[in-house]
Design a protein around this ligand. Structure first.
Ligand code: MG
Length: 416
């Protein structure tokens, strides 16, 4: 078998048209998340999206068929839509992995000479490894990614070791497993005849004595099965992201914002998106939510994107009396486009009156929702100035905000 092992760098890239079949039938039993693992977030993106994006980047892959559990069909289609996944068809899978692959096989478009079956829960697959498997399959008829076993392997019965197995010939199967479409159909027909249950395509090919070559897989091409696998996968992604962005903007950015508004009769007092009962309210072109403005300015500051006045001018009728949480949502969208997310925010409101602490929980909830973060990431503090200055005289309210943003893992499934 070792003679079939290939070096990734020597592959040719001209391969016939291939359909990817991605069984994504997990129900999340071992993940303990309650939702199927294909929807678990990995670096902020559902696992299945990472997987599909890698295949979409390979030109020879002309169709990607996701076989999802019938109960999650709608959710999977929505995912494909939301993330604008290319070349994708979502079909109903079955109970076993092989049922899902079979369902996928029935949807392979004519003209796809090969199929590449890949576990939905192996999100760290790279286009390079996919191409290597395709190229070897074209040469040998069938090829799969695998890695040599590193640990000493024991056969165990009733808690005791029976023997040590020679690991020289042992390889751990990964995916993709690439097979001629007709050959895989033939193997599946035979499996059905024999009521054979297999856990990968190679075991089906063994049934009909078809050989399969082995391509050097990657230790990083892990299958997400347990919650700790997600932690490992995220660490690998972060490390890759650092490599993809050498010497660019720092991964963390800090920003500060300050704002003050005058108090006046006949206005609502809005702070952190919450209306607070008070005889006076803040004056301004928008709802004059001074707290949210300071937060917006801090985020814009961290992005190096100027200030709130520049983005939402107070002469623009579009922003007249606007809910400042909407402005915050736009600022967060800008952060998102720049590839940044909020780590935490620390905000101090300076007001002689009213007492703000009772309103902080409601504010935190609103701000955290808009900032797509946990409430624990938003800290709110209130202080007076002991009746000194304009806030002490209750002429106005001021707010300071400090934020930290972190660079999100970008689309790291680019070429390695
Ligand atoms: Mg303001």
């Amino acid at each position: 078998m070792a003679s079939g092992v290939l070096n990734l760098e020597t592959q040719t890239l001209n391969t016939p048209r291939t359909a990817a079949i991605i069984p994504a039938g997990g129900i999340g039993k071992r993940m303990g998340t309650g939702s199927p693992k294909q929807f678990c977030l990995l670096a902020g993106i559902p696992l299945l999206v990472h997987t599909v994006r890698a295949f979409a980047q390979v030109d020879a892959i002309t169709a990607i068929i996701i076989a999802a559990p019938a109960v999650h069909l709608q959710q999977t289609r929505q995912l494909a839509d939301t993330y604008k996944l290319q070349k994708v068809t979502v079909v109903a899978g079955g109970k076993l992995r092989q049922d899902s692959v079979k369902a996928g096989l029935a949807h392979v478009p004519p003209g796809c000479e090969f199929v590449a079956v890949h576990d939905g829960a192996r999100p760290l697959i790279t286009p390079a490894l996919i191409r290597a498997c395709l190229a070897e399959a074209e040469k040998s008829g069938a090829a799969m990614a695998a890695v040599a076993v590193k640990d000493t392997i024991k056969e165990v019965k009733a808690g005791f070791i029976r023997r040590t197995i020679d690991r020289e010939t042992l390889w751990q199967a990964q995916t993709p497993q690439v097979v001629r479409t007709e050959t895989l159909k033939k193997a599946f027909a035979q499996a059905e005849k024999l009521s054979f249950i297999g856990t990968d395509e190679a075991s089906f090919l063994e049934l009909i004595n078809e050989p399969m070559a082995v391509v050097q897989g990657s230790e990083q091409n892990i299958k997400i099965t347990r919650p700790e696998d997600l932690i490992i996968a995220e660490a690998i992604l972060m490390q890759k992201a650092q490599n993809v962005l050498p010497g660019q903007a720092p991964a963390l950015r800090v920003g500060h914002g300050y704002d003050a508004h005058r108090l006046a009769a006949g206005r609502l007092l809005v702070l952190g998106g919450v209306v607070i009962p008070h005889p006076t309210g803040l004056l301004g072109h928008s709802d004059a939510d001074v707290l949210t403005h300071a937060l917006c300015d801090a985020i814009l500051g961290a992005l190096g994107a100027g200030d709130i006045g520049h983005h939402f001018p107070d002469h623009d009728p579009a922003y007249k009396d606007i809910d400042s949480l909407k402005l915050l949502a736009q600022v967060m969208a800008a952060a998102d486009r720049e590839g940044y997310a909020l780590v935490n925010a620390d905000i101090t409101v300076i007001a002689q009156e009213p007492k703000l602490a009772p309103h902080f929980p409601a504010m935190r909830e609103k701000l955290a929702t808009v900032c797509r973060t946990a409430e624990s990431a938003i800290n709110l503090k209130g202080t007076t100035t002991e009746k000194m200055g304009f806030t002490g005289r209750q002429e106005g309210i001021a707010a300071h905000a400090v934020v930290l943003l972190h660079q999100k893992v970008k689309d790291i499934l680019t070429e390695p």
